[in-house]
Every structure is written in C-alpha cells, then in structure tokens.
Design a protein around this ligand. Structure first.
Ligand SMILES: Nc1ncnc2c1ncn2[C@@H]1O[C@H](COP(=O)(O)OP(=O)(O)OP(=O)(O)O)[C@@H](O)[C@H]1O
Length: 269
C-alpha cells in the first residue's frame, strides 16, 4: 500500500490530526516541554523518540487532553482534545498483568467496541465481526476464546493493537509497544505497524531509532525542545545531540535488513 493511500484524493488537502502550536508545559516550576510545535496529518506515520524523561509521554497526555498546556495551543482533529479524544485508539506500554484476570482475547478486543454497542448494553453481531476482523489483522485469528493472561507478551501487545483497531479510531497512538517483549515479538509488532502504515494515522513512541527511521514519515526528536526530521534522515549527529555521545545505535530493520544494514551499518553516535 502506498504512503498516499488513506490521505484522500491528491487534490484534497490532508486533514490535520494533531497540531501543536508553541506548546510549553511543566509539572511544576521546571519546564518539561518548551515551545513545541508540530503537525501530524491524516495518513502520516509519525514517531516520537527521545531520552528518558525527555517529555514523550507528556506529549501523549497533552494530545489526549489529560494535561493542559501552560502556553500554546493544541488541536486534535481540529477540535479541542477533550472533544476529539474518542477518535484516538491508545495502545499502552506492556504492563504486568494479573494472571487471574478473567478475560478472553475476544473480551479484550471487544472493549474497543464499548462506545458502539447497543443501547441495551449488548455487543451486536457487527461489533463481534469488527473485533474478529481486527484480530485477523494482527494475525491472531483463532485465539478468540484463549484466556488473555495465557498469551505471550508479544501476543498481548497485538491484542491491545487489535482493541485499538476495533474501536475504528482515526489515530492510533502506541507508547513503546515493544518495551517488554522479546526480539521475535518486537519484529512481528513492527511488521504489523508497517502493514498499517498509510491505512491509519499512527503516532509511535519508541526508543528504537533504527526501526523508527525506517517506518516513520516524520520523526519528532524530543528532549524538552523539539527537532523534527523526515523519516530516514535521522543521522548519527542528530542522535548524538538527542541522547548524548555514548549511544550505540542498534540496527534491525524489519522491512529491508540488507539495505538498512548497508546504509547505516554500525552507526555509532
Ligand atoms: N506527574 C508528574 N509530576 C511531576 N513530574 C513528572 C510527572 N510526570 C512526568 N514528570 C517528569 O517530567 C519529565 C518528562 O516525563 P515523561 O514521562 O514525559 O518523559 P518520557 O520521555 O516519556 O520518559 P520515559 O522514556 O522514561 O518514559 C520527567 O523529568 C519526569 O520525571
């Protein structure tokens, strides 16, 4: 699928999905974000990278209207965040899970349909069809009745992505979706995100600079202030500025390992 699919006809201006204008924010006296401006358009795959404490999660909370900026303006789908956040599917970081949590895979995916079910409070056949389709998209069809806690960490993350897809959200936000999964699961998740590119507007927070530079159209490097890069143009110098000079960039391109390796082999900042 091409990058432009999902953005409408070429003559139509792509819609603004997230727009930050000179946003500053602090939890107290200290500023966490300083005059941050960026825009994500419909169909974009944007990624936020940056060091621990750089302000990535704060940006997500501001987008969702859970925090209010001290200065500047935030628009979500050209509306105030509180009005538009139901159009966002949020995939949290992996968290420890109660092994006795009594939900099946289907139950978890159907949570994405909670806003859509019938007035009597039942899921409709259509809700179940959409949930099944979302599970198929993430490659987990057939596991509907499996207890959610019995899945591997990577499978659970894919179920949470299916839940976001089932909500038919217009923007998918994923906060470090591979932070606690093994390498194989990580690769599967990034392959899945690559397959959604162009179909959904995606905002990914990740520490994996190599994957991000291969997947994203736009990379937002945040460390209190913002530097913005088109995808694939992230240089060792950029990363050195962002993370400091000790960082070793680990490469593992999911789509084209050979070309990524030749382009960026052994990049060290
Ligand atoms: N509720 C809070 N109250 C006070 N300070 C906070 C709060 N939440 C975050 N901070 C501080 O704000 C800064 C930015 O935090 P944030 O969670 O946005 O960073 P991050 O880039 O997501 O980090 P990480 O990669 O470690 O998740 C950090 O210094 C953090 O300690």
């Amino acid at each position: 699928m091409s990058d432009n699919e999902g953005r409408g006809a070429p003559s139509t201006e792509p819609l603004s999905v997230v727009n930050f204008e000179d946003v500053s924010f602090g939890y107290g006296e200290d500023r966490v974000l300083e005059s941050v401006s960026f825009e994500i358009l419909q169909g974009d795959f944007a990624a936020i990278i940056g060091p621990n404490g750089g302000g990535k999660t704060t940006i997500l909370k501001l987008i969702l209207g859970l925090l209010i900026p001290d200065e500047g303006r935030i628009r979500l789908f050209d509306s105030p965040s509180e009005e538009a956040r139901k159009r966002v599917g949020y995939v949290p970081q992996y968290t420890l899970f109660d092994p006795l949590f009594p939900a099946t895979v289907e139950d978890v995916v159907l949570m994405g349909r909670l806003g859509a079910k019938s007035r009597l409070g039942f899921f409709r056949r259509e809700d179940r069809r959409i949930a099944a389709s979302a599970l198929k998209t993430v490659g987990l069809e057939g596991l509907e009745k499996r207890p959610f806690p019995a899945l591997s960490g990577g499978q659970r993350q894919r179920v949470l992505i299916a839940r976001a897809l089932a909500s038919e959200a217009d923007l998918l936000i994923l906060d470090e979706p591979t932070s606690n999964v093994d390498r194989t699961a990580e690769k599967e998740i990034y392959t899945l995100l690559g397959s959604l590119k162009g179909e959904k507007t995606i905002l990914l927070v990740s520490h994996d600079t190599a994957v991000v530079s291969n997947l994203a159209d736009t990379i937002l490097c945040i460390n209190r202030t913002l530097a913005r890069h088109p995808g694939c143009e992230l240089t060792g110098e950029d990363l050195g500025k962002l993370y400091g000079d000790d960082m070793k960039l680990v490469l593992h391109d999911i789509h084209n390992e050979a070309s990524a390796a030749s382009a960026k082999e052994d990049s060290t900042c």
